[in-house]
Design a protein around this ligand. Structure first.
Ligand SMILES: *Cc1c(COP(=O)(O)O)cnc(C)c1O
Length: 446
């Protein structure tokens, strides 16, 4: 394929993608295929001779699409949301074209510097404490990891390295293997499976703290287990709290857990992979209170903030903790700039060496939506919209409702009042409300 053909094919592909997304609703959300379906549709071996682009493109609908689960279909309600927006798709195309591997500042300064600044922008949108920002000479800062699982693991490994150094510093006679065998990490019994897996990979014990009736870890429950473990000669070193758990979007009480972690010198990592995007709205920001106690914080803009996969943003208060755990400096990767808020070698902040230019997606999305647009995406509807819906419901005269105000929000109350109300009346009312809401949302002004 030469440049002239690439220009043409590129435009065709953009059309294909636009058609796909525009008409995704008409595709069946979950495919009708059996395991192994694809093997029978393509040859056993890679082609010996080159094929044409037309041949390849023809096979997208024949081979691929029948086996795709359409995560961006409006009928997809499984797992969790994964972001998709046009600005991010375009930025990813540019990232592919630049194709740099930004493992150090010198390996591609724009790739590193844009990432540092985007993480500061986003950190400010979330109102993270100043210590998490890089600025020009901050000790903290942010990094893009591929996934929340990697962020949890990186934090656990950094915590393990920090505690080992601390203990060996106090008593160089101690045996490293003996210390590691006594280390214990903690999480909620509602935490994502990747948290337990981080402990497995990190070769340390992990205990799950039982949660309360709201599926949240409370300080008291944690303190009790911590005391028992210390009395048994274990060394607590890491707590992974979840804000927005996978089963029920529960929030661990970090305002209670945080002070305990700080007093006991445990590393507090916060996994807010899904819910984190909501903290850019002032009304949801209180859910992040207590982040000031954390050593590291992570969430996935690739879930709910319109930045396509992969983009999992992680901040640390003390970059030296993370660099201290992962730094290796072979001669061929050395350059003359001192690490600071301005010069970051992100290879020391992650497990792989190589890394893509992912911050372009953030830059495009943040600029083209603005904070206001991103907040609107999270809120999906206003008080005015709710008021208009109530007016529509009550003027239709089929059912009757009254509203209330809850913490500044216009809420429609649905009270089951009559002695003779049955389940079918509630079902009918719901169908009626849904129909009117859909009509309202399709009016041009919304
Ligand atoms: C989605 C999710 C994860 C896993 O995210 P990856 O980025 O795929 O690793 C972990 N924790 C929570 C709370 C999640 O919502």
């Amino acid at each position: 394929m030469d440049t002239a053909e690439f220009r043409r094919r590129g435009k065709e592909m953009v059309d294909y993608v636009a058609d796909y997304l525009e008409n995704i609703e008409s595709r069946q959300v979950y495919p009708d295929v059996q395991p192994g379906y694809l093997r029978t549709l393509i040859p056993e071996d890679a082609p010996q001779e080159p094929e044409t682009y037309e041949d390849v493109v023809k096979d997208i609908e024949r081979v691929i699409m029948p086996g795709v689960t359409h995560w961006h279909s409006p009928y997809f309600f499984a797992y969790f949301p994964t972001a998709n927006s046009f600005p991010a798709l375009l930025a990813d195309m540019l990232s592919g074209a630049i194709g740099c591997i930004g493992f150090s500042w010198a390996a591609s300064p724009a790739c590193t510097e844009l990432e540092t600044v985007m993480l500061d922008w986003l950190g400010k949108m979330l109102k993270l404490p100043e210590e998490f920002l890089a600025g020009t000479e901050g000790k903290g800062g942010g990094v893009i990891q591929g996934t929340a699982s990697e962020a949890t693991l990186v934090a656990l490994l950094a915590a393990r390295s920090r505690i080992l150094k601390r203990i060996l510093n106090d008593d160089p006679e101690k045996q490293e293997a003996n210390i590691i065998s006594r280390l214990v990490a903690y999480s909620s019994d509602q935490a994502h499976s990747s948290v337990e897996r981080a402990a497995l990979i990190g070769g340390v014990k992990m205990k799950k703290i039982p949660t309360d009736c709201k599926f949240a870890v409370r300080g008291e429950a944690f303190q009790k287990i911590l005391e028992e473990d210390k009395a048994a000669g274990l060394i607590p070193f890491y707590f992974c709290a979840t804000l927005g758990t996978t089963p029920s979007c529960a929030f661990d009480r970090i305002t209670e857990i945080g002070p305990i972690c700080n007093a006991e010198q445990l590393w507090l990592h916060i996994d807010a992979a899904y819910a984190g995007s909501a903290f850019i709205c002032p009304e949801f920001r209180p859910l992040l209170d207590g982040v000031e106690f954390a050593d590291s914080f992570n969430f996935n803009p690739h879930k709910w903030m319109l930045v396509n996969f992969d983009c999992s943003t992680m901040w640390v208060k003390n970059r030296s903790d993370i660099i201290g755990a992962f730094k290796m400096d072979p001669l061929y990767l050395k350059h003359d700039h001192q690490e600071s808020g301005l010069v970051t070698d992100y290879r020391h902040w992650q497990i792989p060496l190589g890394r893509r230019f992912r911050s372009l997606k953030m830059w495009f999305v943040f600029r083209m939506y603005g904070l206001r647009g991103l907040q609107e995406h999270i809120r999906k509807g206003s008080n005015e919209l709710n008021e208009a819906l109530l007016k529509k419901i009550n003027s239709a005269r089929t059912i009757h409702l009254v509203p209330c105000q809850l913490a500044g929000r216009f809420v429609l109350r649905f009270a089951v009042c009559s002695r003779t109300t049955e389940s079918r009346h509630v079902q009918e009312a719901w169908a009626h409300i849904s129909k009117l809401a859909t009509e309202l949302l399709h009016q041009p002004s919304h």
